[in-house]
Design a protein around this ligand. Structure first.
Ligand code: ZN
Length: 282
């Protein structure tokens, strides 16, 4: 049975159609409250989720109490120019190898967390995010899906001026301001999807559709990314891969985020998250 794993009030929580279930209590202590342990033991969560049928939930799922569904990954990768549609709108050549940058894990936040607008060129990027499920080194493409705990929604918020502040550009810092990595609302296991490589993905700004695509437009597929990254770094459970964004980011229409805006990110089979933009204090 499929599972949905969230972090609510800093505790690992399974979410079903009935509501939320604290993992430690509903596994009779078989699991701790640590979401990172739950991710590493994701194979066992299917049975725990199945045993919840008929039980009384702790309450409804409340995304406002949710933190990042992988709260302490060792690494969070971003992939640039990974949709054909986005590479075309940027006028750049299709990359021959994945264009990889780091989103430092300190930028991660929850599915309803506020996004601080740090500059006049702060932009949205709706993305499908892969959550690794096991230690992975030199993974062949044919084995890549088996190394994944699940999928979630993400926003690769980007401050464009910082991203391109030096030459050659160095993306990491412009994409790692505090609050620039909302993910969630939960990790959805792969057996929830008919085809996890072909999902509708969209982004609405203040209710207006700005990005609308399918993940089958990826230039480097999820298995190709895992093979490439794991040939260089050992991947660990909970590590994140922001797989790239489709056409429709603000940079090409010169419309950027401002305090008061709302960003809604939706992926088929996972759900939605809405983040509000706020001004930097002080
Ligand atoms: Zn991105």
């Amino acid at each position: 049975m499929a599972f949905r794993l969230a972090t609510t009030n800093d505790r690992a929580t399974l979410v079903t159609n009935d509501g939320t279930f604290d993992l430690e209590r509903h596994s009779d202590g078989g699991f701790s409250d640590d979401p990172m342990e739950a991710i590493a033991r994701h194979d066992e969560l299917h049975a725990v989720a199945e045993a919840l049928a008929g039980k009384t939930p702790d309450g409804p799922f409340d995304a406002s109490t949710a933190g990042p569904c992988s709260p302490r990954p060792q690494k969070a990768f971003g992939i640039g120019l990974n949709y054909r549609s986005h590479a075309e709108e940027s006028g750049m050549e299709l990359p021959a190898n994945p264009l990889v940058f780091a989103k430092f894990p300190s930028c991660l936040s929850g599915p309803e967390s506020d996004v601080i607008v740090f500059g006049e060129t702060t932009d949205w990027e709706a993305e499908l995010v892969v959550v690794m499920g096991r230690r992975a080194r030199d993974i062949a493409e044919g084995d890549a899906w088996k190394s994944i705990a699940g999928l979630t929604c993400g926003q690769d918020i980007s401050e464009r001026r910082t991203q391109f502040a030096s030459k050659p550009p160095h993306f990491d810092l412009g994409k790692s301001f505090d609050t620039f990595g909302p993910i969630g609302p939960y990790i959805v296991s792969l057996d929830q999807f008919e085809d996890p490589a072909d999902l509708a993905i969209s982004c609405d700004i203040n209710g207006e559709r700005r990005q609308d695509a399918r993940t089958n437009d990826l230039i480097f597929s999820i298995p190709a990314l895992i093979t490439y990254l794991s040939s260089i770094c050992t991947l660990e459970p909970g590590d994140l891969i922001f797989t790239g964004t489709p056409a429709g980011v603000g940079a090409f229409s010169k419309t950027f985020l401002k305090p008061g805006d709302t960003i809604t990110t939706t992926i088929e089979g996972i759900g939605s998250m809405t983040n509000r933009c706020v001004a930097k204090q002080g």
